[in-house]
Design a protein. Structure first.
Length: 157
């Protein structure tokens, strides 16, 4: 709806639309891993390193189309420069990575566990919160995991 509204209200102002896929922390600029706040996939990583997220339900072979935010910004700048003199172009770009650099969900989980095992996040009280992380491949396995690790302890307590 927003794109349609922009198309109607822009008059002779050049308009280029960029639709990024899953936007994540930076690749290089201003420095690797920078993020202003947590959104999308970054919330899973933050939950893992803080010890609040212990599992994720998903297809291990699912392609995760993650694009670093600095690459999205660079694509926006290039698109604006390329179309500044074409006010009626109405171009829509899809900023994705899966065709040229596909990464599967299980790879992201494996790399995250490996990285934070070697470089643990140390909380303010000096403790390390991250632990093993489970990638659950079915609704049944997810329900069992939640029942055993969360619901049962609440009932016993």
């Amino acid at each position: 709806m927003g794109e349609m509204l922009l198309g109607e209200l822009r008059k002779d102002v050049p308009l280029v639309i960029l639709r990024p896929s899953i936007v994540s922390s930076t690749y290089k600029e201003p420095f690797p891993g920078w993020i202003e706040n947590l959104r999308t996939i970054d919330t899973v990583f933050a939950g893992y390193i803080k010890g609040t997220a212990t599992c994720l339900r998903g297809d291990p072979d699912c392609i995760m189309d993650i694009v670093p935010v600095d690459m999205v910004v660079n694509a926006m700048i290039v698109a604006m420069a390329a179309h500044v003199n074409h006010p009626n172009s109405g171009i829509i770009y899809h900023g994705t990575s899966s065709a040229s650099n596909p990464v599967k969900l299980h790879q992201i989980v494996d790399w995250s566990v490996e990285y934070f095992t070697k470089h643990p996040y140390i909380s303010k009280d000096g403790s390390i919160k991250a632990r093993d992380f489970k990638l659950l491949t079915s609704e049944t396995s997810f329900q069992k995991y939640i029942a055993i690790h969360y619901q049962l302890p609440l009932k016993v307590y």
